[in-house]
Ligand binder design. Structure first.
Ligand SMILES: Nc1ncnc2c1ncn2[C@@H]1O[C@H](COP(=O)(O)OP(=O)(O)OP(=O)(O)O)[C@@H](O)[C@H]1O
Length: 305
């Protein structure tokens, strides 16, 4: 049995279709990522799966229970770390954890093994109010609170947003350890670089899933050779290449432009020829390996069937 099964789920806010005909399955013990920019519909999907919001269409089960008719059973066996508020800012670290344990009819001691690695990092601050913790510490405490009743499925909505790079890395290492303990994890993130850390990902844009696969397969399926180019006047180069009939797509990506050619050529010399008439000084061209973000941009620009 899959841990999560979502079939054609829909959510509307007035005339806005925030989640459109979304279907996916999460296997037991998997880290499944919902990857998409702000407003893609990640939170709405999480809120429906955690039984806090009713779907307008479709069905979904979590741990075999229906999100509408069996919401009580779901609430007992999931952990949810919402994107924004989840801690009581005026309670101390320990009080927050005790509170969540009590709500779920357990104690900190009962499941301490599960949170030990994470909790030990914030234990020196156990008497500090949650509101006075750093972003990374808050995130660790919120994760402990979501885990304290030993959930089967853990839902983490943008757990690393606004957290520094080191804490983000540590956080993902913790998720890896939880996976080893058999917990299924559904996690959302707007950071494309985190997609590689998931077993499978769904790329979400404007309420629609564009692709579901392993990060590796997604990259393998990138259909064209991807080039990186730059010149002294990179903005001008972007304008010129975008206007060129031989260029299929061209967008800014860090210090470079990323582009594909209509011909599908994988020869950087061919791209140099295309760029030659524009007399861009300092032109540099190379073939690169696409990232998840490149795949995302490509799928986003494909016409919807
Ligand atoms: N209660 C609401 N009323 C009206 N519109 C809403 C409501 N909640 C979400 N939306 C809209 O629905 C769309 C999807 O929002 P959602 O929060 O699910 O996306 P998200 O991917 O989690 O993005 P974010 O990280 O910004 O929350 C957005 O356009 C958002 O403005």
């Amino acid at each position: 049995m899959n841990a999560v099964v979502v079939k054609n789920i829909e959510k509307k806010y007035g005339s806005l279709a925030a989640v459109r005909n979304v279907s996916f399955e999460v296997r037991k013990g998997e880290i499944f990522g919902l990857i998409g920019p702000d407003g893609a519909g990640k939170t709405s999907i999480f809120r429906m799966l955690t039984t806090l919001l009713l779907p307008d269409g479709g069905t979904a089960t979590v741990a075999g229970f229906d999100v509408v008719n069996q919401y009580r059973q779901i609430r007992d066996c999931i952990g949810y770390m919402p994107g924004r508020f989840s801690l009581y800012q005026d309670l101390t670290v320990e009080e927050n954890l005790s509170f969540f344990a009590t709500v779920f009819g357990t104690t900190i001691r009962e499941n301490y093994d599960l949170i030990k690695d994470i909790y030990e990092q914030i234990k020196p601050f156990s008497n500090r109010r949650a509101g006075k913790l750093s972003g990374g510490m808050k995130q660790k405490l919120a994760l402990c609170c979501a885990l304290i009743h030993k959930p089967e499925v853990l839902f983490l909505d943008e757990p690393t947003t606004g957290v520094d790079v080191v804490s983000r890395k540590e956080f993902w290492e913790m998720l890896g350890k939880l996976k080893k303990q058999g917990i299924t994890i559904v996690v959302s993130t707007p950071y494309m670089d985190e997609a590689h850390l998931c077993d499978r990902i769904a790329l979400l844009q404007k309420g629609v899933i564009m692709s579901i696969d392993t990060p590796e397969n997604l990259l393998k399926s990138y259909p064209k050779t991807l080039f990186a180019a730059r010149a002294d006047n990179i903005y001008q180069l972007l304008q010129d290449l975008r206007a060129d009939a031989g260029v299929e797509s061209c967008y800014a990506f860090g210090e470079y432009l990323h582009l594909t050619l209509k011909s599908g050529s994988s020869d950087p010399g061919f791209l140099r020829e295309i760029a030659a008439p524009y007399q861009s000084t300092g032109l540099e061209v190379k073939v690169i390996v696409p990232t998840i973000e490149d795949s995302f941009i490509r799928l986003m620009n494909e016409p919807t069937p």
